[in-house]
Design a protein. Structure first.
Length: 245
């Protein structure tokens, strides 16, 4: 008897940084008629709009938690309203950007010759590194032969002991305040709706150590690991066909 169904965005509801399909949007619209739906992702709210929100047919019972739970939005009075926003301070952002610069020197890292958009993006509530840039096509990101993110993260930890650093998506690294992650997002959902752990489930494609979905595990809620949007569709359909769902 789950009351809130929580989803990761990239790799779960959509392919990484790509627009949600009409089929998935239809399934979510049906699910919102019987459940509250929350989507927790590392993307900024602006990216959520471009990739997800602008392609939906219904906002009833829908809640958005961008930047790994550092912000929380609900649809009210015909617009999206912030329940909260935990913005990084200018000094925190400066520290994070400088840490990346030092790390690149330490490990002799150079950006690829061809990149797409910003390599390091200020998302106000978090800072995100993407190997090929924030606007890199999925095909190019999937074609990368080497993943130096573990090496980058190990070096960043020397400079950012007061921040949470985790891998996300296909080739990104998220940096947020310690304690601000998808587990925090679930805890805020639990408090906001006054629910027990048993009444919430999280669906994600990266629920394993070292990835940003794994933070959900510590909350003690049930989780469903999927391999991608196709399995997510099957899961939603299973909920819609259960009379007691």
């Amino acid at each position: 008897m789950k009351k809130v169904i929580c989803f990761d965005l990239d790799g779960t509801l959509t392919e990484s940084k790509t627009v949600i399909t009409s089929e998935m949007a239809d399934l979510l619209a049906q699910l919102q008629k019987i459940k509250k739906v929350a989507v927790v992702g590392g993307a900024s709210f602006k990216q959520f709009q471009k990739q997800f929100i602008n392609h939906l047919k219904s906002f009833d019972n829908l809640y958005i938690l961008p930047t790994s739970g550092a912000s929380f939005y609900k649809f009210e009075n015909n617009s999206w309203q912030a329940v909260y926003q935990l913005l990084l301070t200018p000094n925190e952002k400066k520290q994070i950007f400088e840490a990346f610069e030092k790390t690149f020197v330490d490990i002799h890292y150079q950006n690829p010759v061809k990149t797409y958009g910003e390599i390091i993006e200020d998302r106000e509530c978090e800072v995100v590194f993407s190997t090929l840039g924030q606007k890199a096509p999925l095909a190019q990101r999937l074609a990368l032969k080497y993943d130096r993110r573990p090496e980058i993260i190990n070096s960043l930890k020397k400079y950012l002991s007061k921040f949470k650093i985790s891998m996300s998506g296909v080739n990104s690294i998220d940096v947020t305040r310690i304690g601000i992650d998808k587990g925090y997002a679930i805890e805020q959902i639990e408090k906001y709706f006054k629910l027990s752990k048993e009444e919430i489930v999280f669906v994600g494609d990266a629920i394993f150590e070292g990835r940003n979905d794994f933070a959900v595990v510590r909350t003690g809620i049930d989780t469903v690991k999927v391999s991608g949007p196709a399995e997510t569709k099957k899961f939603i359909k299973s909920l819609l066909t259960k009379k007691d769902a």
